[in-house]
Design a protein. Sequence first.
Length: 96
Amino acid sequence: MINYTPGPWRAIRQAFAWSLENMVGDVVFSSLLGPSSSHEEANVRLVAAAPDLYETLAREHQREYETKNGAMACQGFGEECDVCALLTHVERGSRL
Ligand SMILES: [Zn+2]
């Protein structure tokens, strides 16, 4: 399991920077505003949604392939399954 600041995160635009904060106000990340981009706000909001996206994907994949004894039974676990490959990528920073 990846060790990150628990979500949900929210994107907050300040005078000269964007910040991502969790629900108790801990700053997860901040970045000075650069040249304005039409994608800037959408990009920050997408990053802010990362914990929810990651947790939902991992939970739903586990639910889909969980056996009756709770073991993971995805046939492509770790290599061939696109979802497992993506989760591994996020957890280890490896390339897809
Ligand atoms: Zn899988």
